[in-house]
Design a protein around this ligand. Structure first.
Ligand code: HEC
Ligand code: HEC
Ligand code: HEC
Ligand code: HEC
Ligand code: HEC
Length: 175
């Protein structure tokens, strides 16, 4: 019996250490946000489409993050009294944007147009993972040059039936 308890204690401790090391080491991949916004609740449990909030993904270089007005549209009624919603209402009353911390951030010398990818039929999930299951948004892709090139050569064949035209040329991504 004692042995079993010891195993459990060691198991839990190992998990706790592993989890924290992960959270610290990969903190840039899942930063703590100013409001505990959950994609699982919104895009998962409540099936709100990605493009309802990220309205520019098929129109522009950036996908965009929704403004406070969009949140308040629902939350002036939904869960008004919850502490995290009160934080939201405070931003709204102060007319301040929510200072979301970027999870993805390519260097300025890289050109990445969302529109071209979304219009070609690449799913958000292919690059961003199963976001609808994430309580805390986590970056799942390396965003390294090799990641882009690999899809422009091998990956694209599965998605659009051919390699991306000029997909390896330096000036396609470095203007
Ligand atoms: C109700 C609005 C809403 C919906 C629906 C929504 N998002 Fe978001 N999304 C946000 C907000 C707010 C943030 C910024 C906070 C955060 O990172 O969690 C965000 C952040 C993100 C980011 C990270 C942005 C960065 O900083 O790099 C990605 C990627 C993303 N969303 C993808 C998706 C995908 C894919 C879906 C659909 C499965 C989706 N979102 C649905 C509101 C939404
Ligand atoms: C289309 C409607 C809609 C929009 C837009 C929306 N939400 Fe929500 N939100 C919901 C629903 C539904 C729930 C789940 C409520 C429940 O648990 O009963 C929720 C839950 C939440 C919660 C958890 C509240 C708690 O403690 O239980 C937070 C925090 C939150 N939303 C923040 C935001 C933020 C920030 C935005 C804007 C980026 C936003 N929401 C946009 C519908 C919406
Ligand atoms: C081909 C891969 C790919 C696809 C497909 C893709 N994204 Fe992205 N996404 C990225 C990259 C790379 C960045 C980082 C861009 C930067 O830092 O300039 C990013 C950044 C974001 C951001 C942060 C804010 C911004 O606009 O830069 C959001 C939000 C986002 N994506 C949502 C989405 C949604 C929603 C979809 C689907 C409609 C989607 N993405 C499809 C690769 C992709
Ligand atoms: C999962 C696959 C995938 C990934 C990952 C990916 N791409 Fe693409 N990319 C595509 C597809 C598919 C197209 C559209 C090709 C078309 O419409 O002919 C495209 C098109 C482009 C274009 C437009 C090319 C042109 O002809 O103007 C640019 C620029 C681009 N990608 C940059 C990037 C960068 C930068 C990254 C990495 C940060 C990246 N892509 C990651 C699949 C991908
Ligand atoms: C499909 C998009 C894409 C193409 C094509 C591309 N790059 Fe890049 N490149 C990136 C991305 C994304 C980064 C930033 C991430 C990284 O450092 O891996 C980058 C970074 C770089 C860097 C900085 C690396 C460092 O370690 O700081 C150099 C130099 C570079 N690229 C040169 C080139 C050259 C030369 C070519 C043509 C042979 C090329 N790239 C083609 C996407 C691309």
């Amino acid at each position: 019996m004692k042995k079993v308890i010891l195993y459990i204690v060691v198991g839990v401790a190992t998990f706790a250490i592993g989890y924290n090391v992960n959270a610290v080491y990969f903190s840039d991949r899942s930063p703590i946000q100013p409001i505990a916004f959950s994609h699982k609740i919104h895009a998962g449990d409540n099936n709100i489409p990605c493009m309802y909030c990220h309205i520019y993904a098929d129109k522009s270089t950036v996908a965009g993050v929704p403004n406070v007005r969009k949140c308040i549209g629902c939350h002036k009624i939904i869960k008004q009294d919850a502490p995290e919603i009160q934080k939201l209402t405070d931003y709204w009353n102060r007319k301040e944007p929510i200072p979301w911390i970027k999870v993805h951030n390519l260097p300025d010398y890289v050109y990445f147009p969302h529109k071209r990818h979304v219009k070609a039929g690449v799913h958000c999930q292919t690059c961003h993972g199963d976001v609808a299951k994430m309580d805390v948004l986590t970056r799942v892709s390396s965003l390294k040059m090799g990641w882009c090139l690999d899809c422009h050569t091998n990956g694209a064949v599965a998605i659009i039936g051919r390699e991306v035209k000029n997909g390896k040329d330096c000036w396609t991504c470095h203007k």
